[in-house]
Write a protein of this length. Structure first.
Length: 402
């Protein structure tokens, strides 16, 4: 398949055997202040799209309860600076699970759930634009993707007790405001069973959405592609391989929290948590899609043998137009939770797992979000806590390609 060719071309040049040989991390930078008792930041949005980069800056988005109830905040940093801006409050009401995507001219688009509705707004050098409501009551789990000036948002929505995955095409007006061009359901007929955590990606070949789906009586990952960028969608296809159907209580291998990212010109990387290893808990599995996600290859185990007997959590993915792609996650194989990375090696297989020193060691390092820029630099955002029940703070690190 052609996505194999794209990946192989890059790794022969840059990735001998381990992810660590591909990137060198700088010193970590604080995104939020020292931990405060009772304040808990969260990086739990659909598709884990909490970090975005432009050629001039990087921006991080999250939710925390510093005001006494959950609100969404954003902070940004110029690429030539070593300090993040003071966090700006993005939301009102009660807000959760934000997402962010980059735009040309050093701009970002932000989206989040607020009081059961979906909202979005633009962030520029001048500050935050006016918020726009994309969906009213009964909507949640928003995800974002951008392609040039085009912006796309996906979310789940319940109408008249039926569930839908919705996708909106957005644009920025001449006055710098966010406008809604269209909103369509991935499937016209709603479902009586839930859909959860849709993730979205877009590139030259079209737009791809993947989500958790329970119509079969157990959770499967379904994926649908739109060749015309959110005007119409193909019949949903299965993303995870079906590995169990022994009885009414054991109808699948357990999958959750899929994340999507484009790479090369028309390829899509998908990664998720998967319990096909039986009683060992979740593993991290992935699939590579060609033609903008119209066709996905076989499921592949991402983590190596060193982590085979441990559960793994919170996969995040990123790629860039040059063909680079990477998966991040967290696990407890060394006692405390650490951040781990893997990418393809020269044998067209997943590399040895690598845990960056800045995101490992004493305490709990978890919930990564990642972004690869056009120069191949890897940007990493994660949460750190003294222990699993302690208040946390957010850190950022950047790795230069070797």
């Amino acid at each position: 398949m052609k996505f194999r060719v794209a990946a192989l071309c890059l790794v022969l040049v840059a990735l001998p055997s381990q992810a660590t040989e591909r990137w060198k991390f700088d010193t970590k930078l604080a995104v939020t202040g020292d931990p405060v008792s009772g304040v808990y930041p969260h990086l739990d949005g659909a598709g884990r799209k909490h970090l975005a980069v432009t050629s001039q800056s990087v921006a991080a988005i999250w939710e925390d309860n510093r005001s006494g109830k959950p609100q969404v905040y954003v902070a940004r940093k110029a690429n030539d600076r070593d300090r993040f801006s003071t966090a700006m409050q993005v939301s009102r009401g009660e807000a959760y699970e934000p997402a962010i995507a980059s735009l040309p001219q050093n701009r970002f688009v932000l989206a989040w759930e607020q009081d059961g509705a979906i909202h979005a707004r633009i962030l520029t050098d001048s500050g935050l634009g006016m918020p726009v409501e994309l969906a009213s009551m009964g909507a949640s789990h928003v995800s974002l993707a951008s392609f040039g000036e085009r912006i796309f948002a996906s979310w789940r929505e319940q109408q008249n007790r039926l569930w839908f995955v919705k996708v909106a095409a957005l644009s920025v007006t001449a006055a710098g405001k966010l406008g809604v061009e269209s909103i369509v359901p991935v499937e016209v007929a709603g479902l009586e069973t839930q859909v959860l955590f849709p993730s979205i990606a877009v590139n030259d070949a079209g737009l791809c959405v993947a989500w958790e789906d329970r119509r079969a009586g157990h959770t499967r990952l379904l994926v649908s592609q739109s060749p015309d960028q959110a005007q119409s969608f193909g019949e949903p296809q299965h993303l995870n391989e079906f590995l169990s159907n022994r009885n009414q209580y054991d109808q699948g291998n357990g999958v959750t929290r899929v994340s999507l990212a484009p790479f090369a010109q028309d390829e899509i990387l998908a990664a998720w948590m998967d319990k096909r290893r039986g009683g060992l808990g979740y593993g991290i599995f992935a699939a590579l899609g060609s033609d903008g996600g119209a066709i996905f290859g076989p499921n592949e185990k991402v983590h190596g043998e060193a982590g085979d007997r441990q559960p793994h959590y919170n996969p995040a993915v990123s790629g860039n137009p040059n063909g680079d792609f990477v998966v991040a996650w967290d696990d407890f194989r060394r006692g405390d939770s650490d951040i781990w990375l893997s990418a393809y090696n020269e044998d067209d297989e997943w590399s040895q797992d690598f845990s960056p020193a800045i995101a490992s060691g004493a305490g709990e390092q978890s919930h990564p979000a990642i972004a690869l820029d056009d120069q191949g630099r890897l940007h990493l955002l994660w949460m750190e806590r003294g222990d699993i029940d302690a208040p946390g703070r957010l850190w950022y690190g950047r790795a230069m390609p070797r």
